[in-house]
Design a protein around this ligand. Sequence first.
Ligand code: NAD
Length: 271
Amino acid sequence: MNSNYWLGKAVVVTGGARGQGAAEVLRLLKAGATVYAVDVIPDDDPLWDALVTAAHTSGATLIIRVADVSQESTWTGLARDILEAGLPLFGLVNNAGITLRKKVTETSAQEWDHLLDINLKGAFLAIRALAPLMPAGAAIVNISSVAGLIGYFSAAYTTSKWALRGLTRAAALELADQGIRVNTVCPGLVETPMILQANVVHNAEKAQLFHQGNADATLLSRGADPDEIAAAVVFLLGPDASFITGADLPVDGGMSGGGVYWRIGKGTGDL
Ligand code: NAD
């Protein structure tokens, strides 16, 4: 990739304050992009400090947008401000998401709606508002999950992550003639605050079992660093991925690519 590619270009990353979103913002700032980071975390929260410093150091611009992705007004307002600012919008990462480790029979209708509003409707609203601003060559990445590729016991979460892959397909078809690519990244376990919080809700023993179970079903036997996901996202956003659209990219250490049979093969002694 031309190292100047992101100079003078804007990108929107949702859930940019921490975890994978922050890693994506950091990479894009270092590449010189003007980054709009949309998150519900207040802009005076120390979580933002490292990104603000990175923007100063790299001479790039970070615009923190404290807003909820599930609200239409977030997107009408942001689209208006990006247009007014005048920089071309070359990227959108629909990364914001919440989890809920509850099975179908444990999930209330309210919990279901809340999760789908953030994980799925947020991405739909973002694409609907921002795609009309994007020039040919721009790209969109939706963050799904391995839970969007295989069965997972977290019902609303799994549903939202499968549906995001459908949204990716629909948008890829619709935006192809505009020269905009749309893809999905499906991370495996990533060591972020989301995982820590989900595990706090459960007990320490369960958290340990969850991590161990993931490692046992992952060819690389570990979870990812957020930056390992960000690398794939920034690749898909950029010109090196110019012939990739409507695709799902697992970034999961091989969990979906054979983790189950790997574990079985270990058990039988075939591996
Ligand atoms: P995280 O909880 O650390 O970060 C998520 C960010 O989204 C937070 O900054 C949070 O404030 C923000 N957010 C939540 N609700 C929002 C809303 N309504 N509007 C705007 N921002 C909101 O989680 P993460 O692990 O970095 O997850 C990032 C994405 O990756 C999520 O979509 C998640 O489902 C997905 N994912 C995570 C894992 C994992 O193991 N951590 C695995 C697969 C997929």
